[in-house]
Design a binder for this molecule. Sequence first.
Ligand code: AMP
Length: 305
Amino acid sequence: MSVLVVGSVALDSVETPFGKADEVLGGSATMFASSACHFGPVQLVGVVGSDYPMHKLEPLKARGVDLAGLETAEGESFRWRARYRHDLNSAETLETRLGVFSRFRPQIPEAFRRTPFVFLANIDPRLQLDVLNQVEKPTLVAMDTMNFWIESRRPDLVELLGHVDLITLNDAEARQLTEQSNLVKAAKWIMARGPKHVVIKKGEHGAFLFSGDTIFFAPAFPLEDIFDPTGAGDSFAGGFIGWLAATGDLSEENLRRAVVYGSAMGSFAVEQFSNERTIALARPEIEQRVREFHRLVAFDAPLPQ
Ligand code: AMP
């Protein structure tokens, strides 16, 4: 089944202790699509400015990502500048230039309106809400967000929670949104406002899936070299939602498998700048990493009675 993603298409300038990238392909929708496209068809809705180097999107097209919903508007593209220090778990945003995003109103093409899986990638929550008014009863609506929007558009975000089935966010964002320092309480706070499932990512410390009273945890893949964490969250979401859409199975067992596929895709994303690693992946590499995840956590000691 197909996935519709609406979010930012950006030019990122990122500095990590290991190097620097200037005006590279970025954005939540781009990173998500670069990951989800390995599992099935992806349709992308977003906006770029008249200054956008469109050739940067060619690898996505080559992977079959449908860009019919990508608008080009007069003005500057969305730009994000960030720095990671030695703790690669959190980005320090140096600059967010919304550019054409400040006047954007997503127009979901007619052919995308009945897409069963919808991912509202990190973007202004008022635009995320607007998308939901244009689509017809998706099987699953998932969303993401970040500190920028929690600070500036909290009431809209809380309203949006009432309209989604699932949310992915990192631990700092979960604490900031809910004002709960305990993550179990934070997940409950969120589920009480709408979503049936909450995924809280903890960077190199793995990810939790909360569904009602059940909790699942998957570790992050222990990589020796982490190059650039940008896009790890969106790549996680791409693997997670991509797997669910490909299997069409929303059972608890399959959601757990999806967390592992998400973690695998997040682990690839950090190995290179931008989407370089995720977009170039071959499916056997993904399966191999999932098998390595399995080995990482499998043990067969008899359980105490
Ligand atoms: P993550 O997967 O969480 O590392 O997300 C990184 C991507 O989010 C970058 O490629 C940025 O271009 C994009 N981004 C950063 N800030 C914002 C924002 N305020 N709204 C939408 N997208 C953003």
